[in-house]
Design a protein around this ligand. Structure first.
Ligand SMILES: [Zn+2]
Length: 88
């Protein structure tokens, strides 16, 4: 549970009743946690800005199609990239 603490706290600071995920992502971008395309910029857990690729999935003939982005320092998962898009 501790892993999600910072993200949860971020949630609370933004929280509005019935807020759609899309809106939440906009707020994350405004707060500087994510870039314009939804790519992670800062680790929610430790504030580190260096990331590495964790588990990835390759498809024959295409190459890398999905991967998770992990914090270099603490290993927290900061984002998930799938077929050209960052997931919310
Ligand atoms: Zn971290």
């Amino acid at each position: 549970m501790k892993k999600y603490y910072y993200r949860f706290r971020l949630w609370l600071s933004f929280w509005e009743p019935n807020m759609p995920l899309q809106k939440y992502q906009e707020l994350e971008i405004k707060a500087g946690y994510k870039g314009e395309k939804g790519q992670p910029l800062v680790c929610y857990k430790c504030g580190c800005k260096d990331f590495k690729i964790g588990d990835s999935y390759k498809e024959e003939g295409i190459g890398l199609v999905e991967y998770e982005e992990l914090c270099q320092k603490c290993g927290n998962r900061v984002g998930y990239w799938s077929y050209g898009n960052w997931q919310i």
